[in-house]
Design a protein around this ligand. Structure first.
Ligand SMILES: [Zn+2]
Length: 217
């Protein structure tokens, strides 16, 4: 961990005590959380930057070696409304012409300015609550400001991905659960995760028997 940052954090807490001598535990907790949010963001940046990196990545879709191009930053919002800066390089495929950021794919980033964990929390709340109530709950649980519109958009994207999967099934009825999950993974990994990890907690090891009304599980 960055020693300079730790010194800064200790100093910030000492200053905070000087101005809040009669703080309650809840107030202390909140002040500590603020510092942890800073540490979390810096750690995420460092760990990603220190990770192994393919200089000439292979494009999975066509198997070609991609040509590295210019660097471009990307910012993600994480818990505590802290910003994480990622530095990654664009790459182009000489065979099929596709261009992408291999690191984004490797890290399974979503098309979102939120980190995957935050994105998932917003969508989860969006599926549980009326959209009007989502911003308040997101703020309470993650310290983030998110508009009703954003909550609606992110939640509906996952819903649309699920519909796309169901349509795909109609055209190519899968023989088993593996096919369904493969399609879902390709279409939307988040939706897949929510289906097996969150929305169907009792069916994680379930069979693929159609239910009595014909719906596929
Ligand atoms: Zn290609």
């Amino acid at each position: 961990m960055d020693e300079e940052l730790m010194v800064e954090v200790r100093r910030a807490m000492a200053n905070w005590w000087a101005t809040h001598p009669h703080a309650t535990f809840a107030e202390i907790e909140e002040a500590v959380e603020e510092q942890i949010a800073r540490i979390r963001a810096r750690m995420l940046e460092q760990v990603v930057a220190d990770g192994p990196r393919q200089e000439r990545p292979i494009r999975r879709a066509c198997g070609s070696t991609m040509t590295p191009k210019q660097e471009a930053g990307r910012q993600l919002t994480v818990r505590g409304d802290a910003a994480v800066q990622l530095h990654r390089r664009y790459a182009a495929c000489p065979s099929c012409g596709a261009g992408l950021f291999p690191l984004d794919e490797e890290l399974a980033l979503l098309p979102s300015s939120f980190s995957p964990a935050i994105h998932q929390r917003i969508v989860r709340l969006g599926t549980l609550l009326p959209f009007d109530r989502v911003p308040e709950q997101v703020a309470a649980l993650t310290g983030l400001t998110v508009s009703r519109e954003t909550a609606r958009r992110l939640t509906e994207q996952v819903g649309a991905a699920q519909v796309a999967v169901e349509r795909e099934e109609l055209h190519h009825p899968p023989d088993g659960r593996a096919d369904f999950m493969t399609v879902l993974e390709q279409t939307d990994p988040l939706a897949r995760h929510m289906l097996i990890g969150e929305l169907r907690p009792t069916d994680q090891e379930g069979t693929n028997e159609p239910t009595s009304d014909g719906a596929r599980v």
